[in-house]
Write a protein that binds this ligand. Structure first.
Ligand code: SF4
Length: 467
């Protein structure tokens, strides 16, 4: 999972807008960030390992004048966690245009598409999906003499997987999305001053942009200037690659997206609150003294649970906000340390009480185990763990770095073994049926990490993150 942003303005402060937009999407990737900016004559790139505010202080933004640009925050899902794999990717052609690409998602036929280009003497500098997309478009523009529109349409036809992408030329901004609409991307208008494209609507809000809508699966939106845009579909240039059924990632609504974002036609906070109510509805036998979340991702689920039970929602765990999202940490050792630093239960608060702890999901089980044990030490009488998603049993191939099937704890232990491993008095997951009832159009969602029903199978040799 990563975050992307693109903008085209009537003013020359695109870098500042991109920095602010990326900062609002910092939760989508914390390992590296970057931006490419155009002043109308050439494109400038800056990318580094680190957080947005560290990489882009005002002094650096001042060196990046321009009216249009694209930006990216990275959470590694393919390739090493290093600067060459960070985005955007800037393509400087010896003769002809330069451009930059930033993308969110994983390509399931990466290996064969890359080989196709390499066999025709296209060179790669990274293992990153974004570079494949950039080189693919460059190949169709330069070697096949196509317009950017046709090059992007060819890319959508040939490359399989999740790709919500922004593409910058010297004077135009393009945004497009795979035909399944797996990862989110929407665009908004800054009144009379320009356009913004972003992974999440919370970025549009921060920039004062009025959200227009999501970019449709298979759609290519061309922002020709700060006040002009047009839209085409890749099918305008040939046949569709597949029946166009949507497959939005349901995990975005459960965990990844910010609750103040509007994604896939849903308010994220509202879906999470409904998940909490649904958990409570199925929990007739438990009458807890208090309900707590594991902050921040399960706050609204715990609120929904507490509302349904008509009991108080409490803050029992204090979170250090200077520690990033533990799921996004690239190694188990770092994740363990981050959990210790991140959560601290209130002493003297749980003593003798029956507590429901709500979490969004269990992947490896190690984080929640540490938290439950820490709460127990403070004297809680009973801890009942409720999970706002079904068991995660299958890896994701579309942009989330879930571990292999063997490493997922729901495949290693049955419910009772897992309860014992975690140390809770009881453990319950949200059922698939109840999850479906929490969104308006469940048929439009990918739920493959719960049921193994993949819309796109990865090709042989598909490799995940290599940290
Ligand atoms: S497999 Fe899971 S995490 Fe991946 S896109 Fe589908 S729902 Fe999202």
């Amino acid at each position: 999972m990563c975050g992307i942003i693109g903008t085209i303005l009537s003013t020359r402060n695109a870098a500042e807008k991109i920095m602010l937009g990326l900062f609002a999407e910092q939760h989508r990737g914390q390992e590296s960030c970057g931006m490419a900016v155009s002043d109308g004559k050439s494109l400038q790139l800056r990318k580094e390992m680190g957080l947005v505010k560290e990489v882009f202080p005002q002094a650096i933004l001042d060196t990046l004048p321009g009216f249009a640009g694209v930006g990216h925050v990275r959470y590694p899902t393919r390739g090493k966690n290093c600067e060459s794999n960070s985005q955007p990717h800037l393509i400087k052609l010896l003769s002809g245009p330069s451009f930059a690409v930033a993308s969110n998602g994983d390509i399931v036929n990466y290996k064969s598409r890359r080989k196709l280009l390499e066999d025709d003497n296209v060179f790669f500098e990274s293992d990153n999906d974004g570079e494949l997309l950039a080189k693919f478009i460059a190949y169709y523009i330069v070697r096949r003499n196509n317009s950017p529109e046709i090059a992007i349409a060819e890319l959508i036809r040939n490359v399989r997987g999740a790709f919500s992408t922004v593409f910058l030329t010297r004077d135009q901004l393009y945004a497009f999305r795979d035909p399944w609409g797996i990862r989110p991307v929407s665009f908004g208008r800054i009144n009379g001053k320009g356009w913004v494209v972003a992974s999440e609507s919370c970025s549009l809000d921060i920039l004062g942009a009025k959200s227009q809508r999501e970019i449709e699966p298979g759609e290519i939106v061309i922002f020709e200037s700060y006040n002009k845009c047009k839209t085409i579909r890749y099918t305008d240039f040939g046949e569709a690659v597949e029946p166009q059924s949507r497959r939005h990632c349901i995990f975005e609504l459960i965990y990844f997206a910010r609750p103040d974002s509007y994604e896939f036609g849903e308010y994220v906070w509202n879906v999470q609150k409904q998940i909490g109510s649904s958990l409570a509805k199925d929990d007739k036998e438990i009458n807890p003294d208090l309900v707590i979340s594991i902050p921040d991702s399960s706050n609204f689920m715990a609120l929904g649970y507490a509302d349904f039970k008509k009991i108080g929602f409490d803050i029992g765990l204090l979170r250090n906000h200077y520690v990033g999202r533990t799921f996004l940490k690239p190694e188990q050792r770092i994740r363990d340390e981050a959990v210790r630093q991140k959560f601290n239960p209130l002493k003297g608060y749980f003593k003798g009480k029956k507590i429901v702890v709500v979490d969004d999901s269990i992947v490896r089980g190690t984080t929640v185990r540490k938290i439950v044990r820490a709460i127990k030490k403070t004297g809680a009488k009973e801890i009942h763990l409720r999970i706002g998603s079904p068991p995660v049993k299958f890896p994701c191939y579309y942009g989330i770095d879930t571990p292999t099937r063997e490493e997922l704890v729901a495949n290693q232990k049955n419910l009772e073994e897992l309860r014992e491993f975690i140390g809770a008095n009881s453990l319950k997951y949200l059922s698939m049926e109840n999850l479906k009832s929490c969104v308006k159009h469940p048929e439009n969602f990918c739920q493959a990490c719960f049921n193994g029903d993949y819309i796109l199978e990865p090709e042989a040799g598909f490799s995940k993150c290599n940290k």
